[in-house]
Design a binder for this molecule. Structure first.
Ligand SMILES: Cc1cc2nc3c(=O)[nH]c(=O)nc-3n(C[C@H](O)[C@H](O)[C@H](O)COP(=O)(O)OP(=O)(O)OC[C@H]3O[C@@H](n4cnc5c(N)ncnc54)[C@H](O)[C@@H]3O)c2cc1C
Length: 403
């Protein structure tokens, strides 16, 4: 039986999806004086429970400034590991750079999903102008005038603007008729946490194996988060192994890279694709995070792009508000697509080039490895890589500016 539709809630902005991007956006809008209602299909995380998601995120120092500005830094630092160097290796040659090269103490921080979401939820709970409804699946979305409406089983949310932060399968994007272009790779990414037998020295490392990249990302307590990308059938076979069998395959494929690694948590597998919405806005709608773009996880950039979307959107909304414009009007939101889609397309193109080159035939991989090594020997190139990895290039939203 359908639940009675009793309640109507109203806010300046309705946010579909309370993942890391949706919650960060709600907090940032609250600081600019906008009220929001966030609806998420999943229940809020329970304190002390690690949750079902084994992912850990590299948050580049440029995006970390968003958390700092929202006063989340102290709570996050309790469980975050700083990243002070990055090393990427091809079959021959590679590149490495240090935080020093971008004149920042760290390139970014590794934060486990199981630690990030509770910090965001606690901050949202303390914010009176954010109402979080969860668990609450959004059943449909309609864009009218003057309101857009999110329909939930328990009622509806009305707002001048709906922002889809509801992930790659976004119901908001579909309802708005925004095209979703791209492709799936014949690849899957396995995320797993391991205990290392040697200190990781706060270094994020990536090696390009014949089946795809393996990233070893430092976590607190000499643990590391692995993102092991393999052809889809191989990844499925690895997932079907028990823990000891998985560790044995890891040792066989990359033993010298992760000596003595032992699993210390669950494993999860994710499809790998590249898709970008043709526009990030429409009448009374905007998209942010994975609802607007998904890219190969090899550069650890997906969430960073989503956090930049959130920060940029706050500037665009505030600018429209200051000018006395309707914040859901297409002309108010036009600058958002122009600003963010360009940045996303260049990150997507870089990830695509890496993914193709390093899964190509051996001679191509050899040349690419040598090219990386050559670039890595030039200080200015290393500086540029360091600033790119730190999310500190291009036109930055106000929440991401230093100082
Ligand atoms: C293995 C792996 C490793 C990664 N590592 C990194 C990294 O190191 N750094 C980085 O920057 N990025 C990384 N990424 C990318 C990152 O995971 C995503 O970009 C990020 O999770 C996107 O956040 P989001 O809030 O946009 O979407 P999601 O995290 O997908 O959240 C969407 C939310 O919407 C809710 N929702 C969906 N549909 C509905 C509905 N109908 N009604 C109500 N709620 C709904 C869901 O419950 C969910 O809470 C990685 C990805 C993978 C696969």
């Amino acid at each position: 039986m359908a639940a009675a539709r009793t309640k109507t809630l109203r806010a300046d902005v309705a946010i579909a999806g309370g993942g890391p991007v949706g919650l960060t956006l709600a907090l940032a809008l609250a600081r600019r004086g906008y009220s929001t209602v966030v609806a998420d299909a999943a229940a809020p995380p329970k304190p002390g429970k690690s949750g079902a998601d084994s992912r850990a995120y590299f948050i580049a120092y440029g995006c970390w400034r968003i958390f700092k500005a929202l006063e989340l830094e102290d709570a996050l630092l309790a469980n975050a590991e700083p990243v002070t160097s990055v090393e990427a290796e091809g079959r021959i040659g590679g590149i490495s750079f240090l935080a020093d090269e971008c004149s920042e103490p760290v390139l970014g921080y590794m934060v486990e999903s199981a630690n990030l979401l509770p910090v965001l939820h606690n901050a949202v709970k303390a914010e009176t102008s954010v109402t979080l409804i969860a668990p609450a699946k959004i059943e449909s979305v309609a864009f009218g005038d003057p309101d857009a409406v999110l329909q939930l089983a328990s009622g509806e949310v009305r707002a001048s603007l709906v922002i889809g932060c509801d992930g790659a399968k976004s119901i908001v994007r579909k309802a708005a008729g925004l095209r979703w272009e791209g492709w799936d790779y014949d690849a899957k990414a396995i995320s797993a946490t391991v205990k290392l037998s040697k200190p990781h020295n706060s270094s994020a490392r990536q090696v390009f194996l014949p089946g795809g990249p393996l990233a070893v990302l430092p976590l607190k307590g000499d643990r590391a988060n692995l993102i092991w990308t393999e052809r889809a059938a191989v990844a499925d076979a690895l997932m079907a192994l028990d823990d000891r069998g998985f560790e044995a395959e890891l040792a066989k494929s990359a033993g010298d890279f992760v000596p003595g690694a032992k699993l210390s948590g669950g494993r999860h597998v994710f499809p790998v694709s590249l898709r970008v919405a043709d526009k990030f806005h429409g009448p009374r709608v905007a998209l942010a995070g994975d609802s607007a773009h998904v890219i190969h996880p090899l550069g650890g950039q997906g969430l960073n792009l989503g956090l930049k979307d959130a920060a940029a959107l706050v500037d665009v909304i505030a600018e429209a508000g200051r000018a006395g414009l309707d914040i859901g009007g297409p002309s108010s939101l036009e600058p958002y697509t122009r600003w963010r889609r360009t940045d996303v397309m260049s990150a997507a193109a870089a990830m695509e080039a890496f993914a193709r080159v390093f899964s190509g035939p051996l001679p191509v991989r050899l040349v690419a490895g040598l090219a990386m090594q050559a670039a890595g020997s030039v200080r200015e190139a290393r500086k540029l890589f360091a600033r790119e990895a730190g999310g500190d290039l291009g036109e930055l939203p106000s929440l991401m500016r230093a100082g």
